[in-house]
Design a protein around this ligand. Structure first.
Ligand SMILES: Cc1cc2nc3c(=O)[nH]c(=O)nc-3n(C[C@H](O)[C@H](O)[C@H](O)COP(=O)(O)O)c2cc1C
Length: 171
């Protein structure tokens, strides 16, 4: 059963719930067209500049960071049942060292609105293009959080992905 385009925030609750328990799968793509996938546990969905956004937070050390700097296009995929091992693997291994799609038998499905593919088997996905990004600057975050989150000074870039389409399997 193919996916259909749905209203942007139709699956807001479910997406946030899954992000907070287990995580979501962020797929990015470099200039060479090769996709990479990483697990994310942090993100924001909302409205800004009259448009809808999915904001993802990616540390500078991630291979995904390099790819987002190259193209800025990404998909966020809500995993299906039984993908716990994929979430674990994609959240610990780097695309610098391994082709995670190949290693985990994940099938990329071409994006409709962006160059980054989605992942077959994920019932909901968001297609996004970075419209704005901002660095978490040393000293800008309240001290308690700065100490807890950035002990090794591996800061995040916040990528504001303008949501171009949301697709879901509705059967
Ligand atoms: C549940 C979970 C949530 C995570 N959330 C984030 C996140 O929001 N941002 C981030 O930079 N790294 C996050 N990570 C870590 C990356 O997924 C991990 O470092 C990954 O190997 C990076 O892959 P890459 O180098 O191919 O980009 C998370 C890991 C897990 C297991």
């Amino acid at each position: 059963m193919g996916k259909v385009r749905v209203e942007t925030f139709k699956y807001l609750d479910e997406t946030i719930k899954r992000m907070r328990s287990g995580g979501l799968l962020l797929v990015s793509v470099g200039r060479d067209g090769r996709p990479n996938v990483m697990t994310i546990g942090w993100g924001l969905l909302g409205v800004m500049w009259r448009k809808t956004f999915f904001v993802v937070a990616v540390r500078h050390s991630r291979y995904t960071h390099k790819l987002l700097e190259e193209t800025g296009e990404f998909t966020v995929n809500v995993p299906g049942e039984g993908m716990e091992e994929v979430l674990r693997y994609c959240g610990t291994v780097s695309g610098r060292d391994y082709d995670k799609f190949a290693e985990k038998g994940l099938r990329p499905v071409p994006g409709r609105d962006v160059r980054a593919p989605s992942i077959e088997g994920c019932p909901i996905h968001y297609e996004c293009r970075t419209a704005f990004k901002v660095e978490v600057e040393p000293g800008a975050l309240e001290r308690e959080l700065e100490v807890e989150i950035y002990p090794s000074r591996d800061y995040h870039t916040l990528y504001y992905g303008r949501i171009l389409g949301v697709y879901a399997r509705e059967d």
